[in-house]
Design a protein around this ligand. Structure first.
Ligand code: ADP
Length: 367
């Protein structure tokens, strides 16, 4: 069990590459924390610094309150699970899982107990005598997990462990990792560039961009209340819609359209000095609903549907609002067709506003 704390941690690689900047985060004992962000945002570097595989340039890292900046990886008792889980091809499943325990010179009986326990937990009981080549991709990944859990580490550090698997297997392994955590409750840090994986696995997410934390929160908080435009775009599929427009006396103007804002939102933005200013409105595609054409009001707009993407229960409709592109996620039952006209209502009480220049949130206390 472990409690991991990063305090103002930065990493500068050779050649002045600042991969991580001022990273501060407290991961509580038993937590499953996911770090998510596009490729190159510094996620792996954070993980590798936790593992001790990269030196920390600035700042401090604590494990259970103890400073570990200069503790070598082997003395940290943290188990890393990689995307490339090189198993020893000449060894059996049993041998692969027992390997690190043998190096630690644990008694044979203890090794046997741990390997059989891991095989039981991971559903590999009947496969202990097989060689890696005789296993499916999912089974191999499970052996890689097994190698980590037999060590009874203080924490797991997962570096995109599912990226090599096909879509079905990823979902299955995602569930297995989740169940494993519910059972073992070992503190875990999980790195991924896949926002769906992040949302489904994490009890808390850290969204990163260009080496910096953008937002920390539960999947729901991050989805419903993105801290800035980047988070709104990166989390959720399709991405949040964004409109550049002007705030004017409680209305948001896009092109020649005027949307009346909910009273509270309008007065909050006005109090912060955003009246008569250009701002960015963000609204999720599912918060734009279709209504019958007669039911128009000051949050409704009529538009020509340009593209229809059938997704099963839901359909994504593309159209333009005030000359700016817009997507709505609506129930599929109406059988929408491109070229049709429809009335769309913006559920503005669920919208978010961002500063047009900084792109950070402005309509939320504390933002
Ligand atoms: P992510 O895991 O989000 O893809 P990384 O932590 O791997 O991001 O990389 C962050 C940045 O640091 C990138 O610009 C990457 O090119 C750079 N980087 C990573 N490892 C090294 C290294 N060993 N030497 C120099 N630059 C590196």
């Amino acid at each position: 069990m472990a409690d991991i704390r990063f305090e103002h941690v930065s990493k500068v690689y050779h050649g002045d590459i600042e991969a991580v900047r001022d990273f501060s985060l407290h991961i509580s004992d038993q937590e499953f924390l996911v770090i998510v962000g596009p490729s190159g945002s510094g996620k792996s570097t954070v993980l590798r610094m936790a593992a001790g595989l990269e030196e920390i340039t600035k700042g401090n890292l604590y494990l259970d309150g103890k400073l570990i900046n200069n503790i070598p990886p082997k003395d940290r008792d943290l188990a890393m699970v990689f995307q490339h889980y090189a198993l020893y091809p000449h060894m059996t499943v049993y041998g692969n899982m027992a390997f690190s325990l043998k190096l630690q010179k644990l008694p044979k009986s203890e090794i046997d107990k741990r390997v059989r326990w891991a095989a039981d937990v991971l559903g590999l009981k009947g496969k202990l005598d097989r060689k890696p080549r005789e296993l499916s991709g999912g089974e191999r990944q499970r052996v890689a997990l097994g190698r980590a859990i037999v060590r009874h580490p203080q924490a797991f550090l997962f570096d995109e462990p599912l990226s090599n698997l096909d879509a079905m297997l990823r979902v299955q392994m995602r569930n297995e990792i989740k169940k494993l955590h519910q059972q073992l409750k070992t503190t875990s840090i999980y790195v991924t560039h896949d926002q769906v994986e992040a949302m489904t696995l994490g009890t808390r997410l850290v969204v990163m961009k260009e080496g910096e934390i953008q937002q920390v929160g539960t999947p729901q908080e991050v989805y419903e209340n993105p801290a800035n435009q980047f988070v709104g775009e990166f989390i959720g599929s399709p991405a949040m819609n964004f409109f550049v427009g002007r705030l004017e006396n409680g209305f948001f103007q896009i092109g020649d359209l005027f949307f009346k804002l909910p009273e509270q939102k309008a007065s909050f933005l006005k109090a912060r000095g955003y009246d008569r200013q250009t701002v960015l409105l963000g609204i999720r595609p599912e918060h734009i609903i279709t209504v019958s054409e007669g039911m128009t009001d000051s949050a409704t707009v009529t538009a020509n549907i340009q593209l229809v993407e059938f997704m099963g229960a839901e359909t994504i409709l593309s159209f333009h609002v005030g000359g700016q592109p817009c997507l709505a996620k609506v129930p599929s039952d109406k059988g929408w067709k491109a070229g049709e006209q429809a009335a769309f209502r913006f559920q503005l009480e669920k919208s978010c506003f961002f500063d047009a220049k900084t792109k950070w949130r402005i309509d939320k206390a504390g933002s």
